[in-house]
Each structure stands twice: as C-alpha cells, then as structure tokens.
Design a protein around this ligand. Structure first.
Ligand code: PLP
Length: 406
C-alpha cells in the first residue's frame, strides 16, 4: 500500500478488527480501541489548561463557581462587583453618536460582507490617525491590525510570538487571558511583580533577574487591570530602557487607554517606540463601554521598523487572514487571620455570595492569592449597598467579634 493510502486509513480498522495507522493505540477485542491516543492524559501546561485546571486561569470559570454559591434569591438583589461589564447598567450607555454611526453603517447595506483579515482600510487609517495624536511620529494604515476585541489581539500577538524554547514575561497580578493564551501555545511564562507600595509599578530589577537569552517579550498593562494604576512617563521610560537592554519587545495592553483616576495623564507606551519596538493592544470595549461590539486592534508602534524586518508584522497579517470583561477597581487585601472559618479568597467570595448575594472576583485568578477585586463599574447606589454588605459580612466573621459573643 502506498504511504498516502495508509495515512488515509489511519483511524480505520482493518478486516480482522486490528486498527492500524496513527490515530489508534490498542484494540480491545470487540473492534474498539482500548485507548485513543488523542485522549491520553498529558502534563503540558496546555493540556492542564484545557482540562481540569482551566478554572485557575479563567476569570469566568471562577465567577460561575462563586455565583453558584448564591443560594436562594432573597429580597435583596445580587450585586455583581466581580464582573466589570458596565454596559448592562443604563447609566453606562455608550454615546448616541456611536450607536447612530453603527446603525447608519448597517443601513447602507455595505457592511454585511467579510472584512479583510486585518480590517477595513478606512477604519485602519482612521485609527492610525487617532493613535498618532499622542505619539512623536505618525502611524500608517499598515501599522494597524483590527481584531475581534482586545481578546483576539492577545491571541494574535501571543500566538505569533510563541516559539518552542522561548519565554515571555507577564505581570503579577495581571490579566489571566495572557496566561491562558500562552498555555494554549505551550509558551513558557515568567512573572514579574507589580509593587503595591509603589502604586503597582513594575519591579524593574526583577525583569532583568527573570529574563534570559530566550526571553522575547514582556507584557505591560497600562492603565492597569486589575490594579487601576496609571504609569508615569518616568516609569515607562525606565521599563523601555530595560527592555531595550534585554533586546525584547513590549506588548502594551492599553485597553483602558485614557480611562484614568484623577489627574494622572495617560501616556501610551508607543511614545517610546524609537527606544524599543512596541505592539500596542487596544479595544473599543472599555473606553466606549461596548464589549459586545468586539472591536480591538494591534498597533505596531515601531518607527525603526524592527517588527517589519523581523517579520513579526507579516506573521500577524498571516495569522489574521485565518471573547471577555471589567473596568476600574480597588484592591482590598484580605487578612484571613482576622476572619473565622474562611480558608482563602475563593472561599471568602463563595461564602460572601451565599450570605450577602454579593459577587466579588478572587485575587487568585489574577495572580494575587488572598486579595479580592471589586469593580466600580456599576451604578453608585449598588456599589454603596455592596460595600455595606461586605462590611457586615466581615464584621460577622471577625474572630474578635466571635470571641466577644458579638
Ligand atoms: C477587557 C480586557 C481585554 C480584552 O478586551 P476585549 O475588547 O473585551 O476583548 C484585554 N486586556 C485587558 C487588560 C482587559 O481588561
């Protein structure tokens, strides 16, 4: 039999019940294989991510588990302070102009086709102009790749960079989709710390300590999710210098671009594009409160065209020619020593959901065990009600109160 024919029969039994070819392992007498090779348990990060441990790297999976702890629907509404999708609250509706523009585009009848893999030229041009306002050089249409939300932008960038034997540096705490996407690509991840005492700045020294000659990129999230911090020009400049020294590119997740607390200015990492190549990830989801519209982008902020020479941008184009959540938060570190009968942050969130119908996001899914994240992206009366319920929960579980018999 010619090899091609054999391959064509790979998963099929031969006449006497024996399977041959690559897909089948052993047959068990009744014509069925004892074990399918593709069903073998594996131990790679990818396999663990896809099987039982998916909930460790998925905010959604953990949130569903905590929601299931809310027992009966009492007189009080459930307060979702874990899930940052403010678009469901009337107070957070996007601009009428944006809705009108989308409706008008639909009515032309010209928007029902497939868009080109990297996006419609007019939209890419408009975005290049928009992003260039804050940069010391001009982006062109070719520097912009449109994606299905920030989530697909992460998928593209991580998939293109993942090569056997290489690794990427991610922030801790961080946005878990990076870990998940890296795991699905068997891309080794190394974590650097964000320092709470320094406004969640990057521990720049630790970058150099964990990187080696196989490190190819680092991820920076600014304004930061989950910490809400905004990095100064000085801090970004320092990070750019270190990345240049290490010879790695920076993936700057600016999905929260321009959404800052108080008067801190937002500085896009692309400002340092002449120091180090930057792939900027952006999205309409957060700033325009339309996560369901699924429009994001990757912008190559790289006036020296290093990404082009090294074929990264071509790989992004090729990849594209082939889902999602939160807004702004605070961190409340849990002092478990003071709380009776609570084991960890997930347990805290499950019991809180059960007793107070308030849903929070445990820090462990974001890389910070025994912290919790509370989103502000909800109408203010619900937020106040939620904080009140959290307070009474903590008072009830306070060890001191228990000793004093309340
Ligand atoms: C929400 C979010 C994304 C994903 O963006 P979508 O447009 O919702 O897919 C990426 N990165 C961070 C830091 C986010 O918070």
């Amino acid at each position: 039999m010619a090899p091609t024919q054999q391959n064509g029969h790979a998963a099929v039994e031969n006449g006497n019940g024996k399977a041959h070819g690559d897909a089948v392992c052993v047959e068990n007498g009744n014509g069925h294989p004892k074990a399918w090779r593709f069903a073998r348990a594996g131990s790679s990060v990818k396999e663990r991510a896809m099987a039982g441990e998916g909930d460790k790297i998925s905010i959604r999976a953990v949130r569903f588990k905590i929601m299931a702890s809310v027992e009966e629907r009492g007189p009080r509404p459930v307060l979702p302070l874990a899930h940052g999708d403010p678009s469901v609250f009337p107070a957070f509706r996007t601009a009428v102009e944006a809705e009108d523009a989308v409706a008008a585009a639909l009515h032309t009848g010209q928007s029902n086709c497939y868009a080109a893999g990297v996006g419609l030229p007019a939209a890419r041009r408009a975005l290049a102009e928009h992003l260039s306002h804050d940069l010391p050089y001009k982006l062109t249409t070719d520097d912009i790749f449109l994606t299905a939300g920030g989530t697909q932008a992460i998928e593209v960038v991580i998939s293109v960079l993942a090569k056997p034997g290489t690794n990427i540096l991610l922030p801790k705490p961080g946005y878990p989709n990076y870990e998940a996407r890296a795991a699905f690509n068997n891309f080794e991840v190394r974590h650097f710390d964000l320092v709470p005492e320094k406004g969640w700045e990057i521990d720049v020294d630790s970058l150099e300590a964990i990187a080696d000659e196989n490190t190819t990129a680092m991820v920076l999230i600014n304004p930061n999710n989950p910490c809400g911090s905004v990095y100064s020009h000085q801090h970004l400049a320092k990070v750019a210098e270190v990345a240049r020294k290490l010879g790695i590119l920076i993936i700057s997740d600016e999905v929260y671009g321009n959404l800052v607390f108080g008067s801190s200015p937002f500085i896009p990492m692309g400002v340092f594009g002449h120091v180090v190549p930057v792939l900027t990830i952006g999205s309409l989801s957060k700033r325009w409160i339309v996560p369901g519209w699924r429009l994001g982008w990757v912008a190559a902020c790289d006036p020296n065209k290093i990404l082009q020479t090294s074929k990264i941008t071509a790989s992004i184009t090729n990849f594209l020619n082939v889902s999602t959540d939160p807004a702004t938060f605070i961190q409340v570190k849990l002092n478990l020593y003071l709380l009776e009968g609570i084991q960890d942050d997930v347990d805290f969130c499950c019991q809180l959901a059960k007793e107070e119908s308030v849903i929070l996001c445990p820090g462990s899914v974001l890389g910070m065990e025994n912290w919790v994240r509370i989103t502000f992206a909800i109408d203010s009366s619900s937020l106040l009600d939620g904080l009140k319920r959290i307070k009474s929960f903590c008072e009830r579980h306070n060890k001191k109160n228990l000793l004093n018999g309340f």
